[in-house]
Design a protein around this ligand. Sequence first.
Ligand code: X8Z
Ligand code: ZN
Length: 615
Amino acid sequence: MTPFRLKLSMSALMVASTLALTACDAQVTIDTTDSAHTKKDVTAKDANTFITNTEKELSALYLESSRAEWIYANFITHDTSALSAEVNRKMTETVVRLANEAAKYDELELDYDARRKLDKLKLALTLPAPQDADKTAQLSQIVAELGGLYGKGKYCKEDGSCLSLGDMTSKMATSRDYNELLDLWQGWRQISKPMRSLYEQQVVLTNEGAKELGYADTGAMWRSKYDMPADDFTTELDRIWGQVKPLYNSLHCHVRAKLGEKYGTDKVPQDQPIPAHLLGNMWAQAWGNIYDVVAPENADPGYDVTELLAQNNYDELKMVKGAENFFTSMGFDTLPETFYERSLFVKPKDRDVQCHASAWNIDSKDDLRIKMCIQRTGEEFSVIHHELGHNFYQRAYNKQPLFYQESANDGFHEAIGDTIALSVTPGYLKEIGLLEQVPDESKDIGLLMKMALDKVAFVPFSLMVDQWRWQVFSGQVQPENYNKAWWELREKYQGVQAPIARSESDFDPGAKYHVPGNTPYTRYFLAHILQFEFHRSLCEIAGNDKAIHRCSIYNSKEAGEKLNAMLEMGSSRPWQEALETVTGKQQMDATAMLDYFAPLQTYLDEQNEGRNCGW
Ligand code: X8Z
Ligand code: ZN
C-alpha cells in the first residue's frame, strides 16, 4: 500500500481509502492549514511550506495506518476491523482536508515539483470521502466490512463442511467435472450477496467526496491519474485493446472448440460465450490451468513447474528464496532479514486472514513484507515473483519524497514481477537445477499456448472490471442492474457467460477480491501490455540472441541496472518518461505482446480454419 494511495501493490488501496484525524487528535500538531492566507494572497513559498508540512503529517499517518492494516489483513476479527476502520477514517479525513486545501494554490505559478506534488495530493485517495465527519466514518466502516466479508469468505455446504477460496482454487484448476465445477463456482458467489447494499452506499459516499474535489465521480478521478487528460487515457485503453483483440478472439475460438470436444457442444455451444466455470479459474481470468485440454499435439514441453517444484522439494520458503534469487542475480540487494521474519507465506490454520497476495512496505523504507497463502504450484511461483516485484520497486524508490514513492503509474507496479516471471523459461529452470533438459524448439507452441492462456486471456478481463466500476460510479449502471451489467461486460469483452441463471439478489462483482477491496483493476491491463515491452527491451540489453519467448534476463547486470534506473524514479516524472528509460518510447504499445505470440497466432489461425468464431 501506499500512503494514501499507493504504495502498495494492493494493499495500498486499503489504506488509501479513508481518513483521518479528528480535531482533538493529539498527533495533529502540524499546522498545514495556514488559515491566515486566502486564495488571493498565497505565494509559492506558502505552497512549498504547505507541501513540506503535508509530507511530514502524511508520513506519520502512513506508518500508523499500514501497521493497523497489516494486522487487520493478518488477523481478521471484529476488533481489528474496528481499528482498521478507525485508521482509515483518520487517513481519509486528513487527505481530504489537505487535498481540498491544496486548491488554494491552483492558480499560482509553481515549479515543476511543487505543482506535481499538489496534483498527486488531490488524486491520492482511491475512495475520497465528503468533508463530513459522519459520512467519512461511515465510508471507512463500509470499507473495513467489505474487506472482512471477502477475507472471511468460505463456501459451506449443507453437510456442514466448508471450503476456503484456496481449496476451491485448487479444485477449479484440476477438476474436469462439469457439475463439480459448477457447484464450486456458485458456492463461492454466495459470499458476495451481503456486500451489495454496502457497495451501493459506498458508491454514493465516495462519489460525493470526488465531486467535492472537482471530479465528476470517483471513476473520473481514477482515470485522471495517468499524466494525461482522462478522456485521452480511455482512448488509449481502447486503442491497445484493439491491438490485442484479434489474438484474443483466435485463442477464444480455439479454446471453445476444445472445450466443446471435452464437455460436449450441448454444454459448450459453439456460437455462444464460454460457460465461465470451465476455464480453470474461479473468475475465468487466466486459463493456464486448462492447458491439458487445449495442448497442441506433439508440442508437449514435457515438464510442469508444479511437478518440478515438488520433485525438488520446494516448500513455500524455498519458493520465495528462489524468486528473490532472480532479482539478486540482476544486481539488486537481497531482501532484509525482517522480510523473512515478518512476512506471511503459509495460510494459518487457526484464524481468518486476507489470503489474496499483497506486498507491503510498512515504513516506506525497508520494512518490506509479503502476505500470501502460498500453494506449491507453478502458478503461485509466478505470483511470488509478482509480489517481490512490488517489494523491489518499493525499495528502489524509497529515497524519493513521499509524494513520489509510488510507481510511474499503477500499471508499472504490477508489471515488474511479471516481467521477471517471463524470464522463468526452460533455459532458466535448467540453469537453477530444476529441469534436466531444455525441450527443443518443436515444443515452443506448447509453451506459448500455456503462456497465452494466462496472459492473453487475462487482457479483456482486466479491462471489464473497471468498465463496470466506472459505469457504476457514473450512475450509468444503477444498483438494480449491478449484476446484469457485470455479465453484459463479461460477455462483451471476454465472451464468457454465467453457467447458471443470475439475478439481482446476486452480487458477482463482489466475489472478485478487488471489488470489495477497492483496488482499481485497469493497472493489471496496463501491466500485461507493459511487461512484454519491458521483457523485449531488457532482453535486448541483456544481449539475447534467442527467440523472445526463450529469453531470460537471469544474471544480467546490465538489464538490472536499466530496470533499477526506472524503478528508482518512482513517480517523480510522468510515466511516459519512465517508460522511455527502458523502452526508448513514450507510448504504450501491444506489439511486444503480439510479437511474442506471433508463432502461436499462426498455429491458431490454422486450427481455427473452418470454425465459426465469435459469440
Ligand atoms: O491481485 C493480483 C496480485 C496482487 S497485486 C496477486 N493480481 C491480479 C488478480 O489476482 O486478480 C495479479 C494479476 C491480476
Ligand atoms: Zn500486484
